[in-house]
Design a protein around this ligand. Structure first.
Ligand SMILES: [Zn+2]
Ligand SMILES: [Zn+2]
Length: 564
């Protein structure tokens, strides 16, 4: 038994905001305080903030496009090498780190789970096995649907909501996924037929269905299956000036259905001002605030070299003109998804990049309910996840934010209201954005993201420091499943594997007859080799199946802080 004593606990799911309490750990779980006299190893964490391990709900860490991104970023793999440590593997890469480094770097930041948000079904086996090589963090994946030929046929033929739900349920099970992501609804398929843009109510080649119809069908299927996380939406027109109109229309199109809008920064652009590019963050935040059915993550841009990797071939085809260095890859995967990888450098002297940075921060600060917004950079699309400490400081420290803003080009500053926003996030709110909120949005809150009895003992301890960037850059201690794996930012226990989190909804297995016929006619793979076996997933680590009970419960009310 371990007793952490003297720390201030930030455990938003249990309503605890900075109270000084002991935390007890046994057999890998948080346990209630034992009777007096129970022997325990006591660790004094006075002066520290104690939080559940961080949870990144949108981070591209495994699968084909990550491998391609590494290939395109060969220079950084030569330049950035980390050598072996005591029992620790060597690795390379900065924004596309090798698998082992990905785990070590998350652990140093105090993170214990990360979720791959764009797994093409055909790539599920490779994605799971690659992620199994990422040590120290739990993981899971969202399967891509909505541009695959089988789904589009069902929709175009009017197969009905039940058949679509059965297919979605079957796919979630066959691929070991936790949730469903839709990327540019219908647009990736349409791109292959020569379409170069597609808005919410335009008809998409080849079947003539609209993105609106795709979105609603997938959303209804997930509700029917009672999957905790709603449809995870990368909307129409990513990166296009004026795309906020599509985003606002998408939110309204849901008519109260739950939706998670991912990397919303890339979808919050107006077309005003002298350069026809402006911030629409205030209008979008206003609608989000009025719609409790909407959650989001930001996809914050941070300045520097990175690489963008997306299933959105239509958007990446446009972005390729701005590649830095000048190279890119676009490809198709079994007619079920797309893939575009474009290296990119965000420059603080660029009008557009500077405004993107400001738009992301405006979203963070204008969306009022921290339970509905998650902290992401859409790793590595806006920046690598290793930039999170700097991002946290931007949210918590107005002086620091204003100083960074002052360095931007005048034309960009003229179009942002950022300096007028006084809000500074508290530690409690940061704990929501980076752990409790994502756990709840994904339906993991039984196991992860809190410090109540029964939770997995994934615990991050940070030395309190008024410089929040320094505070969050290196966890003082990190426990993974009750084992101390990081001390003062150094990885001590490099090998423990995290668990894989998924759902297994109920559906009518009769749908498999239709799917089998489709495979026999069109696919490069037999159905039997497509479906991921239970033993294969178990090989990749402990499997945690989360119940399908629909929307996760509301968090507990916040207690008054009892800190001295
Ligand atoms: Zn996306
Ligand atoms: Zn993404």
């Amino acid at each position: 038994m371990i007793r952490l004593t003297g720390g201030r606990i930030f455990d938003p799911l249990n309503g605890i905001d900075g109270a000084v309490r002991d935390l007890w750990i046994a057999d890998g779980r948080i346990v209630p305080e034992p009777p007096p006299g129970t022997p325990a190893e006591t660790i004094d964490v006075s002066g520290c903030a104690v939080m559940p391990g961080g949870i990144d709900l949108h981070s591209h860490i495994g699968g084909g496009k990550v491998a391609i991104a590494r290939l395109l970023m060969a220079e950084e793999h030569r330049a950035r090498r980390e050598s072996r440590g005591p029992g620790r593997r060597a690795g390379t890469g900065e924004v596309t780190p090798s698998s082992f480094l990905t785990g070590y770097r998350y652990a140093r930041l105090g993170y214990t789970a990360a979720f791959e948000p764009a797994m093409p079904p055909a790539n599920a086996r490779a994605a799971h096995h690659e992620m199994a090589d990422i040590p120290l963090v739990d993981r899971g994946a969202y399967v891509l649907l909505g541009n695959d030929d089988f789904f589009l046929r069902l929709l175009a033929e009017g197969a009905g909501a039940e058949a679509i739900a059965d297919y979605v349920g079957w796919t979630l099970r066959a691929t070991g996924a936790l949730a469903v992501k839709i990327v540019n609804p219908g647009g990736i398929a349409a791109f292959k037929y020569g379409q170069r843009r597609l808005d919410l109510d335009e008809r998409a080649a080849p079947y003539g269905v609209t993105p609106r119809a795709v979105l609603l069908a997938l959303s209804d299927a997930l509700e029917r299956l009672a999957v905790p996380h709603p449809i995870h939406v990368h909307g129409c027109n990513l990166g296009v000036p004026g795309n906020a109109a599509s985003t606002l229309a998408t939110i309204r199109a849901m008519e109260g259905r739950r939706i998670h809008l991912t990397h919303l920064q890339f979808h919050a652009y107006g077309s005003e001002g002298p350069r026809r590019f402006s911030s629409a963050a205030p209008a979008i935040a206003e609608l989000v605030n009025a719609c409790p059915n909407v959650s989001l993550d930001v996809g914050q841009v941070m300045f520097g070299q990175t690489v963008t990797a997306s299933a959105d071939t239509m958007a990446q085809f446009r972005n390729a003109a701005h590649a830095h260095p000048r190279r890119w890859v676009g490809m198709d995967i079994e007619c079920e998804a797309g893939c575009g990888v474009v290296p990119f450098r965000y420059r603080d002297k660029s009008f557009v990049n500077a405004l993107q940075w400001a738009i992301g921060l405006e979203l963070f600060l204008l969306v009022e309910d921290p339970w509905r917004i998650a902290l992401t950079t859409d790793h590595p699309n806006g920046a690598a996840f290793t930039r999170y400490p700097e991002l946290v400081r931007l949210l918590m420290d107005k002086d620091f934010r204003d100083a960074a803003f002052a360095r931007l080009p005048r034309a960009a500053r003229a179009l942002s209201i950022l300096p007028s926003i006084r809000r500074e996030y508290s530690l409690f709110e940061i704990a929501i954005l980076t752990r409790a909120g994502p756990a709840r949005l994904l339906g993991l809150e039984r196991e992860l993201g809190h410090l109540g009895p029964g939770a997995r003992a994934d615990v991050a301890v940070y030395r309190d420091d008024p410089d929040r960037e320094r505070m969050f850059a290196r966890a003082h201690l990190l426990f993974k499943g009750g084992r101390l794996v990081v001390r003062d930012g150094e990885v001590l226990e490099p090998e423990p594997r995290g668990a894989v989190h998924l759902v297994r909804p109920e559906f009518d297995p009769a749908i498999e007859t239709r799917i089998r016929a489709f495979f026999e006619s069109y696919r490069d793979q037999r159905l039997s080799s497509f479906v991921l076996g239970e033993d294969e997933l178990a090989e990749a680590g402990e499997v945690v199946v989360h119940p399908c009970r629909g929307a996760p419960p509301l968090p507990r009310a916040r207690e008054e802080a009892t800190a001295p």
